[in-house]
Design a protein around this ligand. Structure first.
Ligand code: FES
Ligand SMILES: [Fe+2]
Length: 360
């Protein structure tokens, strides 16, 4: 399978947090196995170019920012924000073929989105709206984690509530009762992903929440998970005193969380994971966000250990086939949907690109 068969290309991928591009930083980042350079020049507009000088392939990320342009520091070729070469030191003319690919890029709600497919199809209106990331009623700490695993294994993990009680017993999940006794209200299979709603009534608070509120009283807990193609996950979590869950869910006033997670393939075997875990209470107190951030990191590392091991096991025996259980309903739907989108994209690309044949 080539990289073109493995990834959906015509969609927006989160490529960086805005804070990664401060102070004229030339950020090197591989997305869908394409080496990219991301930066913001003097205009403050985000730019994404191929991170490979068209002269002899030096990394532009090791170059020098000049206004909105970047200069390769091997032989000094200068490229503007569209990737056009505008200067070759010691040479008067710049041949039009000299340039590097530029990618459509949009900055929105602290996220830098890049379009890796056909630039003519890049519609900023398709970028998912994430109001929590700009709404002052929510507070969190944006962060990043690198995974040595196929991003689909991580998306599988997020699609699967059943692992919470076992992998995250002491961090995010709580007791095994959560896995055995709470059933999803519904798994809604949608065209662009799925939605799962799950209630757990009158149960002990999970460790990450108890650590912040310092109260063991039983709670009603509602989780609504929403996954979007190609690998964007939001988890809305609500905690209310036992018996008041439904009422506070309707009227507001409960302690709530918003887990915003973005998975972007680096290669077929590695993934960029961007996340922010936001909360809606005690906003004056920065230690709440700190505690939640630390709990999430501990929880995510629990997933990472299992998933990176799983990747190793799968690589060691390509003939191994997974076997589904009922808890896999959401992830099975998502995998089918994603593969169908990739197949459709491949089919339309092969129709548009006639094969190149010499004269007979
Ligand atoms: S490799 Fe970039 S200028 Fe020569
Ligand atoms: Fe997990």
């Amino acid at each position: 399978m080539t990289r073109y068969e493995h990834f959906l290309r015509n969609c927006w991928y989160m490529a960086a947090w805005d804070h990664e591009l401060i102070d004229g930083r030339l950020l090197e980042r591989t997305v869908l196995e394409e080496p990219l350079l991301l930066y913001k020049g003097d205009s403050g507009r985000a730019v994404v170019l191929d991170n490979r000088c068209c002269h002899r392939g030096a990394k532009l990320s090791k170059g020098r920012l000049e206004g909105d342009c970047v200069r390769c520091m091997y032989h000094g070729l200068k490229f503007d924000a569209t990737g056009k070469c505008i200067q070759i030191p010691g040479q008067d003319n710049v041949p039009p073929r000299m340039g590097v690919r530029s990618y459509p890029v949009v900055e929105k709600d602290h996220c830098i989105w890049v379009w890796m497919g056909d630039a003519a199809l890049a519609d900023p209106g398709q970028i998912i709206d994430i109001p929590y990331l700009r709404d002052p009623a929510w507070r969190g700490m944006a962060d990043y984690m690198h995974y040595k695993a196929d991003y689909r294994l991580i998306v599988d993990n997020l699609s699967d509530f059943a692992h919470l009680a076992f992998v995250h017993t002491h961090t995010l999940g709580g007791s095994e009762e959560y896995a055995f006794k709470t059933k999803p209200v519904a798994v809604e299979r949608l065209d662009d992903g799925f939605r799962v709603e799950r209630w757990s009534l009158n149960s002990a608070p999970p460790p990450f929440h108890r650590q912040v509120v310092r109260d063991d009283a039983p709670l009603d807990r509602r989780n609504i998970g929403r996954m979007f193609v190609p690998g964007i996950f939001f988890l809305e979590t609500l905690f209310a005193p036992a018996g008041q869950g439904a009422q506070l869910a309707a009227s507001g006033g409960a302690r709530e969380y918003r887990n915003c997670q973005f998975f972007t393939p680096e290669t077929r075997r590695s993934t960029h994971f961007f996340w922010n875990y936001l909360h809606n209470y005690d906003l004056h107190d920065p230690t709440v966000a700190l505690s939640l951030h630390d709990s999430m990191v501990r929880g995510f590392l629990e997933d990472k250990t299992i998933i990176e091991d799983q990747q190793q096991v799968l690589d060691d025996d390509p003939d191994f086939r997974m076997n589904g259980i009922i808890a896999d309903a959401a992830l099975a739907h998502f995998r089918r949907l994603l593969q169908a989108r990739i197949d459709k994209e491949r089919a339309s690309m092969s129709q548009q690109t006639p094969s190149i044949q010499g004269p007979q």
